[in-house]
Design a protein around this ligand. Structure first.
Ligand SMILES: NC(=O)c1ccc[n+]([C@@H]2O[C@H](COP(=O)([O-])OP(=O)(O)OC[C@H]3O[C@@H](n4cnc5c(N)ncnc54)[C@H](OP(=O)(O)O)[C@@H]3O)[C@@H](O)[C@H]2O)c1
Length: 278
């Protein structure tokens, strides 16, 4: 039985993916910040056929919470076959976490970065293993100013979200390079435009368009989750690493996402921001 850990497993793409992956009879480890939602999600995933379902609490806006999560995983599991870094959100107005970091960057990039770094040895021991990042097509429009990562100047929810999703691709590529030859693959993907709660945080004036798009154009959470499920399990991508996917198809990511030096810089800055020595 494989052990598959999914963050952001309490709604949308993460929950739908957990339900799909449960059909394989594996152990699903659901990570979420809300204990009630975790309990409800666990019931759904159990009903979908999981061999076992565990839940772990974590608020990705808090580095100490991420460290506690990593400790719990290290204590309770002797292997992790798939780590899906999927938790994420959109912040219409700029705010900072308890660690003094702009929240979008903290939750969408740094939280997954810290968790992955802390679990890397366990993943290598578990090889073959897969690490995934739910990124976005929004990364194509992103900028990355390492001197002002948190948009002290010129914040917008869209710019911060796009930057965090670029960071997902840059980190996935850099980590894939570092883990080459270990049997651990690292990939990032865009799930499609998916009808989930992430859109509900967009400003009020965008909501009529969001509502219309959800009804007419967006795919369902299950359809969006299909990419995560495919990348987590499909034998055809067992050896693929350092790749950006649009749904299940490999695609060339943005010019910035392919900038290896920028990726190294981002990793160094991220390590400093979470107190890890590179
Ligand atoms: N929907 C799309 O069109 C789309 C497109 C591209 C990429 N994505 C990405 O897909 C991922 C999943 O989003 P979704 O679309 O499925 O939206 P969603 O339904 O809102 O799910 C987001 C998940 O992340 C969790 N989360 C958010 N902030 C968190 C925090 N501080 N600590 C712990 N967990 C947190 C949420 O927990 P709660 O249940 O407690 O809120 C939820 O489980 C995100 O990374 C998003 O950026 C989505």
């Amino acid at each position: 039985m494989k052990t598959i850990l999914i963050t952001g497993a309490t709604s949308g793409i993460g929950l739908a993916a957990a339900q799909q992956l449960a059909a394989g009879g594996d152990r699903l480890v659901l990570v979420g910040r809300n204990p009630h939602k975790l309990a409800d999600s666990a019931e759904l995933v159990r009903a979908a056929g999981a061999g076992a379902v565990d839940t772990l609490e974590c608020d990705f806006a808090s580095q100490s919470s991420v460290r506690q999560l990593a400790k719990a995983v290290q204590a309770d599991y002797d292997r992790i076959d798939v780590l899906a870094n999927n938790a994420g959100g959109y912040q219409p107005t700029r705010n900072e976490t308890e660690d003094g970091i702009e929240t979008t960057f903290a939750v969408n990039h740094l939280g997954g970065y810290l968790l992955t770094e802390l679990l890397t040895d366990l993943l290598i021991q578990s090889a073959p293993a897969r690490i995934l990042f739910t990124s976005s097509v929004m990364h194509y429009g992103a900028t990355l100013d390492l001197a002002d990562l948190g948009f002290h100047q010129g914040y917008s929810g869209e710019k911060a979200y796009s930057r965090s999703k670029l960071a997902n691709v840059l980190y996935a590529r850099a980590l894939a390079d570092r883990l080459a030859g270990t049997g651990v693959t690292v990939n990032a993907f865009h799930p499609g435009a998916v009808s989930t709660g992430v859109w509900d945080s967009l400003p009020w004036f965008a909501q009529p368009l969001v509502g219309l798009s959800k009804r007419l154009f967006f795919i369902s959470a299950a359809e969006g989750a299909a990419a995560l499920t495919f990348l987590a399990t499909d034998p055809s991508v067992a050896e693929v690493t350092g790749t950006y996917f649009r749904k299940t198809r490999a695609r060339t990511p943005s010019r910035l996402a392919r900038d290896d030096a920028l990726g190294q810089h981002l990793c160094a800055v991220s390590a400093a921001l979470v107190g890890l020595l590179e």
